[in-house]
Design a protein around this ligand. Structure first.
Ligand code: DON
Length: 342
């Protein structure tokens, strides 16, 4: 087991460290349980044939629907996997979490509620009605209007500078240099007129200060970043560990911001199915139409599954089922506490 560094100045880091000690003290049996839970979910859901690849971005329809990869990374850097770890899919909406984290880092956590809001819309991720309802406020950075606005808030003097900052942040979370799937980027750029319209509306309502179409273009590129299941699980585990990447050991976002990031994920990470998801798992999570879902068990682990076929809400069917089964088998629900001693 990797040694744990204690950070007495931060309550959150202490609780993360305490959970990691608990995990490590479970030792070999806990590790066996983790691998067994993942293997079991893999074999249980491998043949599940529900859902359909996203096709409103033409390149996504061509991805092999049988790709199925699972990874779990603990807050002390242990990695457990099953299935396809090689295939990369585009990160899509999961990127929204990490751009929001970057904006919080640069402009403060309150820049998010005071701009696009932190409330659920109860509507699809690219709803224009949701923008109109509150003139672009009272929503969140997980749906497209809020997410494109968040991208527009990343600071920089040129598109290139902003882009490098975004890709660099994602790479820090993943613990390796990520790159863009150019086919997906082109395919979505050719078909993102609805997002362009959304960005113009957010500009009209004063949330995007300038250059809405450039913000949409950068947002489209961020959605096209390629990731495998292990990358995504490491990104989730970094949030589970209070912003410290447990594989590289680097603090990649301030620990104090992480509860705010997780709160937005819990509220809106699976769009209008976020309530059902939270009811079943208790986990802050985020889905993407590329087929990935990440989920965070704070102080314990990050988990990710890649499987392209989606349900009607735009969330991967196998990923939802597998993460629910694995997390519940491992006691990942942060709301489930042992009964207090009398
Ligand atoms: O903007 C879009 O429509 C896509 N780039 C991302 C949407 C997405 O991933 C929704 N997630 N479930």
């Amino acid at each position: 087991m990797r040694g744990l560094r204690r950070r007495p100045s931060s309550t959150l880091m202490l609780s993360v460290a305490a959970a990691a000690v608990a995990l490590s003290s479970m030792g070999a049996q806990a590790q066996t349980n983790m691998q067994a839970a993942i293997d079991s979910a893999y074999s249980q859901f491998r043949t599940l044939q529900e859902g359909k690849n996203a096709d409103y971005i033409p390149a996504l329809a061509k991805v092999d629907p049988n790709v199925f990869g699972i990874a779990l990374v603990t807050v002390d850097g242990k990695v457990f996997t099953a299935g396809d770890l090689k295939t990369e899919v585009s990160i899509q909406s999961i990127s929204k979490v990490f751009t929001m984290a970057l904006v919080m880092e640069e402009s403060g956590v309150d820049s998010i509620p005071s701009n696009m809001g932190v409330d659920a819309t109860g509507q699809v991720f690219n709803s224009i009605t949701a923008v109109e309802q509150y003139r672009g406020a009272e929503m969140n950075a997980m749906v497209n209007p809020g997410a494109i606005t968040a991208t527009s808030m990343v600071t920089g003097t040129s598109r290139d500078e902003i882009w490098k900052k975004i890709l660099g942040k994602y790479s820090d979370f993943a613990g390796r240099s990520l790159s863009v799937n150019q086919e997906v980027f082109k395919s979505e750029s050719d078909t993102n007129q609805r997002n362009q319209a959304i960005s113009m509306l957010m500009h009209a309502y004063g949330h995007i200060k300038d250059n809405p179409l450039r913000a949409t273009d950068i947002y489209t590129e961020q959605c096209s970043v390629n990731v495998n299941a292990r990358d995504l699980a490491t990104m989730a585990a970094t949030l589970a560990a209070g912003g410290r990447n447990p594989v590289t050991g680097r603090q990649v976002t301030p620990a104090a911001n992480v509860p705010k990031v997780l709160a937005v994920m819990a509220t809106a990470g699976l769009y209008d199915d976020s309530g059902k998801w939270l009811f079943n798992t208790g986990l802050p999570a985020k889905s993407g139409v590329g087929g990935g879902i990440i989920a965070v068990s704070p102080g314990k682990f990050g988990i990710a599954v890649i499987s392209p076929p989606l349900d009607a809400a735009g969330n991967s069917v196998r990923a939802q089922r597998a993460i629910t089964a694995i997390s519940n088998a491992l006691g990942g629900n942060p709301y489930a506490v042992a009964q207090a001693a009398k």
